[in-house]
Design a protein around this ligand. Structure first.
Ligand code: ANZ
Ligand code: ZN
Length: 819
């Protein structure tokens, strides 16, 4: 008998798949198309356990669809611009390109070894000029539509990476990449106007419901943060223009006792009187050091300074002192609020800290906030509120106040969103240059289309260390930077920032549809054929980053008439993480497990199958609880049963043992159902049952020569190839089939074999036939007795009497003797 040699099989089939073009999408209308995509990797180092887990999930989906007869596109590429490469290069005194492309080659070899069914002909790298030319072109389309613009504001600043960050890249006040506490800087930066799409991003979510994990949709909803309320205009003493606030509770306007502006909003600086300036400047410094989380924290004692000014309440002309306090954020609403301490907890804490009056305007039946220190926010009867007095609830209170504000011309109902515009410029070298030329006469001029791409200057040997301004703004890049204005020909300068890498990854899934297109970012017909992505796989950490940005891009591209649909990813799976002994694998904990070493030791199939078997795809799995050694034994068992089959290829399974066939088809139906519902761990468990089933059929059933055993073994090879592709191919070959199992046809279960055999059991009471029951052929005596006693006619015949004795003669009769 042959044994299974994993490393020989790996070499053989890698070569075969490549030469055979097994996984190259045909794109020829010979079959319906399916698009399976894994979030593409950053080229940081070699593949690790996390990659092994994520990519095996997409691979199962792709291989299954291929065996279902679809024309499958399952491409791969690299998200190859970005900070990790740049930082690594600086550390090694190398050029980011060298480090990046060397890593890509390493990862590509590892992907191939790992047996992934990628279509390598569509490979792309976002740092290739052929790719980023189109990233720049898309930027220019956004710019032309007013969806890319520059503005000055206080932005998130990472003091370690020396660059600005988008809000989405700040987690709990820290840089998403390096963990440093994020501070604020006032800078002029490029933004994408994602806020224009806030409502559409929400409106299109119902179609994703059930196809995307609920928690991703919940996180996006939260992040977008739709809030219904009103704008209210307050006159400011000594200022011509009124100040507008956003409030969700216009109905509490009579309870406003002060007014607050964000210290870091330009407005605050303008309002501060000379007397208060010094105190204000000191407070502003303190504010800038605080993170957004700290500022919104309910635990932190309230701080602030009086600006020296007063606002006039539009409903009763009361004078409200205007304070600057950091619990009000500069970039939400209008950056200014009316404060109602009786009904807003943060306002109450502030009022109590600074001795400001608290005025109750809704009697909710709860304790007086003045005494309890707890603001009341429930429904109740309005008091001290003139036109609202006596109204019973918020709905009527808000409606009445909004009507008054609109009639008076001092306010109006509105909707706001927590989502802010996407800050996309970065003060770093290794990214896509922003294709804009700044001309002193003409302003911001896009680089003409025929001059794209604006390639990165080489800057080999130059100092790329982050200094707070882009290396493209340094002396070394002068020749690159200084250009003639495309419009007037005068001296002008290129924009020196590069784009956030999330811009690169917001459209790569369309580029795969026509990856070598030199005329367009992507071919509209090709995207119509392939996109949207049918199955997307990747980590939940991208819920409000890549996944939100991509949805935004897709909607803009639709509006630009470049594509014909509005959502990029029809179905999404978030795979879990691989942890070790209960903790995330990390260098600092020293609990990392090297994928390459594990593959050397056990072979690819074992690692893949063990990861899949460890738990549902979306759960975290603990490497410490896994047993590659026992998985290895199981795979060897599977190979052995295939190797023992002696019937001829093509032997008619219908002539085989029926009981064996019934078992096989039952498992075939279960496995198919489990693959489709993505319970891949269950798939492996059922394959194990299938192998046991065949073992029994060979050893104590009809034997290795029965065509039913061949049928079961062939399906085992197909099913196992989803998780253990090399073994699947070897089994298929050993069973006498031409390569390759990856291109074989997934069988469907025969309904006739799924029906269980039944027998008719006669039930007698005191010797008289009272019922005839159809029961499974293998029913037990206990089940037959229970079924007999449960029958209506039998119960009627017993008429409440106790049962003295039951005689069971299966499969024919149950006889009941009453007491
Ligand atoms: C008066 C008021 C009375 C409020 C009351 C609440 C309760 P959401 O639901 O999150 O949209 N607010 C407005 N702009 C703010 C900013 N830039 N920074 C901090 N807080 C701000 O919250 C809207 C409410 O948060 C607004 O309604 C405002 O306080 C505050 F009994 O106005 B409210
Ligand atoms: Zn010009």
């Amino acid at each position: 008998a042959r044994t299974y040699d994993a490393s020989a099989a790996q070499e053989r089939w890698q070569k075969f798949w490549e030469e055979d073009r097994t996984f190259v999408a045909r794109d020829d209308d010979s079959a319906e198309r399916r698009y399976v995509l894994d979030m593409f990797p950053y080229p940081s180092g070699d593949l690790h356990m996390g990659h092994a887990e994520a990519f095996v999930m997409g691979d199962i989906a792709a291989r299954y669809l291929l065996m279902q007869g679809y024309d499958v596109m399952h491409p791969i590429g690299w998200d190859s611009f970005g900070l990790p490469a740049e930082n690594a290069a600086i550390q090694r005194d190398a050029h980011p390109a060298e480090w990046t492309y060397a890593n890509i080659e390493t990862q590509a070899a590892s992907f191939k070894r790992y047996g992934l069914s990628f279509d390598w002909t569509r490979r792309l790298h976002t740092s290739d000029p052929e790719y980023y030319r189109w990233t720049q072109w898309l930027f220019e389309q956004f710019f032309a539509k007013g969806l890319a613009y520059r503005k000055a504001s206080f932005v998130n600043w990472c003091p370690v990476d020396q660059t600005v960050l988008a809000n989405e890249q700040v987690a709990q006040g820290a840089c998403e990449r390096c963990g440093a506490a994020v501070t604020k800087r006032r800078l002029t930066q490029w933004y994408f106007k994602i806020t224009d799409y806030a409502q559409r991003l929400l409106d299109d979510m119902p179609a994703l419901e059930g196809n995307w994990p609920d928690r991703v949709l919940a996180m996006q909803r939260n992040w977008i943060g739709r809030s219904e309320g009103a704008y209210v205009d307050f006159t400011i003493e000594g200022r011509d223009e009124p100040l507008t606030v956003f409030t969700t509770r216009p109905d509490t306007l009579y309870g406003a006792t002060f007014f607050v502006v964000a210290p870091d909003a330009p407005l605050a600086d303008e309002l501060v009187t000379d007397e208060q300036r010094e105190a204000f400047e000191a407070y502003l410094e303190q504010t800038k050091a605080a993170t957004e989380i700290e500022r919104q924290s309910t635990e932190r004692p309230k701080t602030g300074v009086f600006t020296g000014r007063y606002a006039i309440n539009p409903v009763n002309q009361e004078k409200l002192p205007v304070w600057a306090a950091d619990y009000v954020l500069a970039d939400y609403g209008t950056g200014a609020i009316m404060a109602v301490p009786a009904h807003d907890q943060r306002d109450l804490e502030f009022a109590q800290a600074f001795g400001i009056p608290v005025k109750v305007v809704i009697d909710t039946g709860e304790a007086d906030p003045n005494e309890s220190g707890v603001a009341t926010s429930g429904d109740g009867t309005y008091v001290n509120s003139v036109i609202l007095d006596g109204l019973p609830d918020k709905v009527s209170g808000i409606a009445a106040m909004n009507a008054k504000l609109e009639a008076d011309g001092t306010g109006k109902a509105t909707v706001t969103y927590r989502l802010r515009d996407w800050l996309l410029s970065r003060q770093r070298f290794w990214g896509c240059p922003i294709p804009i030329i700044h001309c002193p006469t003409c302003g911001e001029v896009p680089v003409p289309e025929d001059q794209l791409p604006v390639t990165l200057p080489d800057l080999r040997g130059a100092d790329l260390k982050p200094k707070g301004t882009s290396p493209l703004a340094s002396e070394a890049a002068r020749a690159w930077r200084e250009v003639a204005c495309p419009t007037c020909g005068g001296p002008a300068e290129r924009d020196t920032d590069t784009m956030d890498t999330f811009v690169d990854s917001s459209w790569y899934y369309f580029r795969y549809c026509s990856p070598t297109d030199e005329q367009a970012a992507f071919d509209k017909d090709a995207t119509r054929r392939w996109a949207p992505v049918d199955q997307y796989v990747g980590g939940v950490e991208h819920a409000i980053l890549h996944l939100l940005y991509s949805r935004f891009f897709t909607k803009v591209l639709y509006d630009l008439d470049l594509i014909t649909f509005t959502e990029p990813f029809t179905r999404l799976m978030n795979q879990g993480q691989v942890i070790n002994a209960g903790k995330a694998m990390s260098k600092s904990l020293g609990n990392g497990v090297d994928l390459g070493e594990q593959i050397d030791k056990f072979g690819v199939d074992v690692i893949r199958a063990a990861l899949v078997f460890a738990g549902p795809p979306e759960d975290d799995i603990d490497w410490a609880a896994m047993s590659p050694a026992s998985m290895s034994k199981f795979l060897a068992r599977a190979f052995r049963v295939a190797d023992e089959v002696t019937s001829e290829v093509g032997a008619d399974p219908a002539s085989g043992d029926e009981a064996v066939r019934r078992g096989t088809h039952r498992l075939l139906a279960d496995i198919t159902e489990a693959v489709e519902s993505q319970r891949y761990n269950v798939v492996v468990a059922r394959i194990m049952e299938l192998v046991n089933h065949i073992r029994k059929a060979i050893d104590s059933g009809p034997g290795a020569g029965d065509p039913a055993v061949r049928e079961a073994s062939e399906f085992t090879a197909q099913a196992i190839s989803l998780v253990a592709p090399y073994l699947g191919e070897e089994m298929w070959a050993v069973l006498g089939h031409a390569p390759s199992v990856a291109r074989s046809t997934w069988p469907s279960a025969d309904p006739a074999l799924l029906v269980q055999d039944t027998v008719t059991v006669v039930v007698q009471v005191q010797g008289k036939v009272r019922a005839k029951l159809d029961l499974p052929a293998d029913t037990s005596e206990a089940d037959a007795t229970a079924a007999a006693l449960a029958d209506e006619n039998v119960q009627r015949a017993l008429n409440g009497r106790e049962v003295a004795k039951v005689i069971v003669r299966l499969p024919k009769m149950v006889s009941i003797v009453p007491a």
